[in-house]
Design a protein. Structure first.
Lengths: 510, 302
């Protein structure tokens, strides 16, 4: 926070003034991809529109396309118009346009990287971006090595006292513990740990901070946040889509590696961790690491894990293909599209409280949530018929869509009969504040540009997560039969239901 | 659902409001109560602005219109579920007697617990915090530009400033202030002087100069410019000036920092709803604004 103390125009009390990133160039590799078009470019525009990008900002696209800079600018323009969260304004676009460049080439093309270096230097001079560069690797992990070595060879990451270089990589961070370590070696050969930003775009900083605020800014939740009151926790990420055009990436990876390893285990860590001593990055990480280190999947994996694969069916009134019929998928593939595991957190707070994690594609609807189910009251002074409809209390943190919190509890049905039924009390971020939450990518990109890393997982957390998941993946790989099929548009296979039934629970319908 | 109530009472309004909410299936979860106070003659555009705010924020908006004509009585119109997530109440208060006790009309209609904001889009009372309606607010928003003589209005506000008061003249400056702060982030040099060029009756410019003086401890000179609003701000340093100049454009400014190329930045006048949204984001008193209006008083005398 040195800026605050030296700049007389800034004051911590002056909260109207946004933190504006310093001048810099954002270089996106894999800029023609879906993610870039749907998320990255709109996020850059939204930041500019909210006045958070500096005067002196460059955006460089690198891809194997025969494009001139104008063609690329047109692409960005279209992507922004189509997908930006905020209104399109000509003057904001004009400001951005001045700093947009495109460099065509392949990753093994030395000339292309020389052109890239020249382009960045030209921007540094013409736009005053001061040698500050962020490299966004929106590319498959298999290409990391060559890109990183090209950056190194052509001197694109020179450091002096006054500039910075940062790199952004996205999940998956490897496909098991060993590959995660290899990947880290590649990246850390050129970048220091504090220069590496690992992005899990499902888990925006906003969400993490919302969870922190709910848990630690309130008095009424923390006392019941333990095994005295909580019976079990369900963490769900359901997607209504299939694999779409991503067969090449998804087949052989599966739901557990794709989502559970990073996203759901991070949600588990945030739900189960102790209160950090402060919200500094290092303190938060220390607490998350402790939980991940204490978490493991029970020995009997046949009983406590479940995997499934969607087959053809009807979803939302439309016929959809089964996984094995999707384009580009091996017809004999045993990749799971539904993965559910039980994780036990072995510490005093959580001993005896199973955490159930499930991730799946082709579910009835798109939803991510963390649900804490509470034990039944130890004594109910009502007759059994009075409480026939009474379930258990639950606290649900809805992550998406419609981020918010739901409390479920029993209430008396109006009338002369004594009858108690479950009701919901709802809070939604969208409906309770005068401002809407920024897109996850907006926060992420701004943090990268500001050099504000707090909530990104570091390598150690990535490795701890793999340590939890690796035994499950090995166990599944040793199976000869296929993952259990489930009809697309349903809430998953029977084995998933049985897995909870074995412990006496049922999945919530999110 | 729109309900009109003539010659009514607060009790009746509250009962009808509850009934309307139940039949529309209201969502609850309203964020705040926004009270908009206007005189009869300019109630139309105020109503529009209030509606716009109600569409953006799930809130209860109460438009209070004073009318001197007729016997003292109260008319009301309730709108629930008319394309707004919250409630919209229009109260027309006839006669000066009720006007003096307008607080008693509105108090029962405030949302429980959540904050109350009072907004005067045009002329505001001399001392907003002492006004019968203003006293109900946690925050009071005035708009010097909406009054006949903006600069006089702003100095009056400065004299009677109470924590919780802000003026939209200040909100209009946020983008300017953000850019100036960013320029000093990037170019951390000691500022020796400042110049603000603006239209002669521009209240935000007066406030901007006061803010710069307060923060930088230098003299900020005002120069008159023929274009409306603030046109240019110049921060002088030993190695040259930091200049942000809107030129002839209404949307783009040129940004100059010594030793760096000239760059364009988006700097558009923001619409009223956007200004109001910024005001509604924070419910605590704005200390920086307080310091700036304090500085205005130092310049013009108490």
């Amino acid at each position: 926070m040195s800026i605050l103390s030296t700049n007389p125009l800034r004051d911590p009390q002056d909260r109207r003034l946004p933190q504006i990133a310093g001048p810099c160039v954002l270089v996106i590799f894999g800029v023609t991809g879906d993610l870039s078009r749907k998320k990255l470019m709109p996020a850059v525009y939204d930041l500019a529109n909210r006045g958070m990008l500096p005067p002196g900002f460059g955006l460089v696209g690198f891809a194997r396309r025969d494009w001139a800079t104008q063609d690329f600018a047109q692409q960005v323009h279209d992507a922004v118009k189509e997908n930006a969260r905020t209104e399109f304004r000509e003057e904001v676009w004009e400001q951005l346009l001045e700093g947009i460049r495109f460099v065509p080439g392949t990753f093994d093309d030395d000339d292309a990287f020389i052109r890239l270096r020249d382009t960045i230097q030209e921007l540094d001079n013409a736009r005053g971006t001061g040698g500050n560069h962020a490299f966004y690797l929106s590319i498959p992990p298999s290409s990391f090595e060559i890109v990183v070595s090209q950056l190194k060879r052509h001197g694109l990451t020179e450091r002096t006292e006054h500039n910075w270089n940062r790199v952004v990589i996205e999940k998956p961070f490897g496909h098991d513990l060993a590959s995660a370590r290899d990947l880290n070696e590649v990246v850390s050969s050129l970048f220091d740990p504090h220069e590496v930003f690992r992005i899990d775009h499902y888990l925006g900083k906003e969400t993490v901070q919302n969870m922190m605020a709910l848990r630690f800014a309130n008095q009424m939740f923390e006392p019941i946040w333990n095994n005295h009151y909580v019976s079990h926790v369900q963490i769900t990420m359901a997607e209504d889509i299939g694999i779409g055009g991503r067969a090449g990436y998804y087949d052989g990876i599966g739901a557990a590696r794709d989502v559970i390893q990073n996203h759901l285990l991070q949600l588990l860590a945030l739900t189960a961790m102790e209160e950090p001593t402060s919200f500094e990055a290092s303190q938060l990480r220390a607490e998350k690491k402790k939980v991940l280190a204490a978490a493991r999947v029970p020995e009997n994996m046949d009983l406590h894990t479940a995997r499934g694969q969607y087959c053809a069916g009807w979803q939302g009134g439309r016929p959809v293909k089964g996984y094995l019929e999707e384009d580009g998928v091996d017809p004999a593939s045993n990749t799971e599209t539904y993965a559910a595991i039980r994780v036990d957190v072995e510490n005093r707070r959580w001993a005896g409280v199973p955490f159930y994690l499930r991730a799946a594609k082709r579910m009835p609807r798109r939803v991510t949530e963390v649900a804490l189910s509470f034990k039944r009251a130890p004594h109910l002074p009502f007759t059994a018929t009075d409480t026939e409809d009474l379930g258990v209390n639950a606290l649900v943190m809805r992550i998406q869509p419609d981020e918010g919190v739901t409390l479920r509890f029993g209430a008396k049905v109006p009338g002369t009969q004594m009858e108690i039924r479950e009701v919901s009390m709802d809070f939604g971020y969208g409906g309770s504040f005068t401002e809407s939450s920024p897109e996850a990518y907006e926060r992420l990109i701004l943090d990268v540009l500001l050099g504000d890393p707090p909530l990104f997982p570091l390598q150690e957390e990535v490795e701890l997560s793999w340590k939890i998941l690796d035994p499950v993946i090995e166990h599944w790989a040793a199976q000869t039969e296929q993952p259990q099929p489930y009809v697309a548009g349903s809430w998953g296979p029977q084995c998933g239901i049985d897995m909870l039934a074995a412990d006496g629970f049922t999945w919530r319908r999110p | 659902m729109i309900i009109e109530l003539n010659d009514t009472s607060t009790k009746e309004i509250a009962a009808e409001l509850l009934r309307a909410r139940q039949s529309v299936g209201g969502t609850g979860g309203m964020v705040h109560t926004l009270i908009v106070v206007a005189e009869d003659h300019n109630s139309a555009d105020v109503f529009e602005a209030a509606q716009a705010s109600a569409r953006v924020h799930p809130s209860r908006v109460i438009v209070v219109v004073y009318s001197d004509s007729g016997d003292p009585h109260l008319d009301a119109e309730i709108q629930v579920g008319e394309g707004t997530p919250g409630d919209l109440l229009a109260l027309r208060i006839h006669g000066s007697e009720i006007r003096e006790h307008a607080g008693s009309v509105i108090l029962p209609l405030l949302l429980p617990d959540s904050p109350t904001i009072v907004w005067w889009p045009h002329e505001a009372p001399e001392n907003p915090a002492n006004d019968p309606v203003g006293a109900l607010g946690d925050r009071r928003i005035t708009d010097a530009a909406g009054s006949e003589n903006p600069k006089v209005a702003l100095t009056t506000r400065a004299r009677n400033h109470t924590p919780g008061d802000t003026d939209l003249a200040w909100t209009r400056l946020t983008r300017w202030r953000a850019l100036l702060a960013a320029s000093l982030d990037q170019y951390p040099h000691t500022v020796t002087g400042a110049v603000v060029k603006a239209a002669h009756d521009n209240a935000p410019a007066m406030l901007l100069a006061a803010w710069l003086e307060d923060r930088l401890d230098v003299e900020a000179r005002m120069e008159v410019h023929e274009r409306p609003g603030v046109s240019e701000v110049r921060l002088e340093t030993a190695d040259g000036d930091i200049v942000i100049n809107r030129g002839n454009s209404d949307a783009i400014a040129l940004y100059n920092v010594p030793g760096q190329p000239e760059r364009k930045v988006a700097l558009k006048r923001r619409p009223l709803t956007e200004l109001l949204t910024e005001e509604l984001q924070r419910m605590d008193a704005d200390d920086i604004f307080e310091a700036a209006v304090g500085r205005v008083l130092v310049k013009v005398g108490p």
